[in-house]
Design a protein around this ligand. Structure first.
Ligand code: NAD
Length: 286
């Protein structure tokens, strides 16, 4: 279990390229699997740019940067790649059927000892693990954006995850310079179960005309010492992502306290998704 040396990361988007960066910078050989060469190239270019920024701030040396990049390979062939690895981390879009097909394919080709991890924000780890014949070697490794910077890894145990696998992933996360926190599989895990109702309540406060978005964020920043107000954070995460996660909580617990605010639904319908569309609770077009 302590011999996790070769890693494959599936998906090189926002989270995947950060996870590849993190492992390579900490001395691991890592293969990024993507669907198209241009996507893999784009991920490598992002990692290069982020390492260059660290170099310019003298956080790493030129040698560190070059050796990190030298440890990364890319592949378009999932099945062949997983034949040689100790840990696979999946970071493809939050679509159950897509994740299911990746895990059930990889399960046929990966060695028995290989641990499978998912970076899912909200899909049940137990349900994903059940798509494979290795549920005891299946775990959630929930990183936070931007991965090289954010300290937390939420380590999620599925119903059948073995304690050896949890221990191995906790130790590995520490080797990566992160602080792992272990939790059991449940809708939203800990992070989103606590965060999303707060964001939703902040949106209800605006919806009901109690205060403006600016005022709500000021209260939470200045009164509660939050570095970012809940509505600014919601825009950063993406209002569509927030709505999806609230729906996971609402469906998972069947509890009306997770009912997404109608204003959130309306904003998503209107395509006001936050930073990525230039407008959400705040305007980013300038
Ligand atoms: N963005 C966040 O802040 C955040 C935070 C924590 C967890 N997550 C979770 O991480 C996962 C990835 O999110 P993201 O924001 O990085 O998504 P993204 O859309 O930025 O990236 C997904 C990448 O996966 C690639 N991909 C799609 N199908 C693939 C396949 N079959 N094989 C290989 N690659 C494939 C896409 O080309 C894309 O580059 C999701 O489960 C999400 O819920 C996201």
């Amino acid at each position: 279990m302590n011999k996790i040396k070769k890693i494959a990361v599936i998906g090189g988007g926002t989270m995947g390229n950060g996870i590849v960066h993190l492992f390579a910078q900490n001395g691991f050989d890592v293969t990024l699997v993507e669907t198209k060469k241009e996507f893999a190239d784009r991920a490598i270019a992002t990692i290069d740019k982020n390492l260059e920024r660290m170099l310019s701030k003298e956080k790493i040396t030129k040698e560190d940067k070059d050796s990190a990049l030298g440890r990364i390979t890319t592949s378009l062939d999932l099945n062949n790649t997983v034949k040689k690895i100790d840990l696979m981390i999946e970071a493809v879009p939050e679509i159950f059927e897509l994740k299911k097909s990746i895990f059930s394919d990889a399960d046929k080709y990966a060695p028995d000892h290989t641990i499978f991890a998912s970076n899912t924000s909200s899909i049940s780890i137990t349900k994903l693990a059940a798509q494979t014949n290795r549920p005891e070697r299946f775990i959630g490794m929930h990183f936070f954006n931007p991965v090289p910077v954010m300290k937390l890894v939420e380590v999620i145990n599925g119903l059948k995850t073995s304690s050896e696998v949890t221990d191995a992933i906790m130790t590995l996360s520490e080797k990566l310079g992160k602080v792992p926190v272990s939790a059991n599989d449940s809708p939203g895990f800990v992070s989103n179960r606590v965060l999303m109702p707060m964001i939703n309540e902040a949106i209800f406060t605006v919806y009901e005309g109690v205060a403006t978005a600016e005022a709500v964020d000021q209260v939470m920043k200045l009164g509660m010492a939050h570095p970012m107000g809940p509505l600014r954070l919601a825009d950063f995460i993406g209002l569509d992502v927030c709505l999806d996660i609230l729906n996971v909580l609402y469906d998972g617990f069947k509890d009306p306290k997770y009912r997404p605010c109608p204003l959130l639904v309306k904003m998503v319908d209107a395509g006001k998704l936050g930073d990525k569309t230039g407008e959400g609770f705040f305007n980013y077009s300038k």
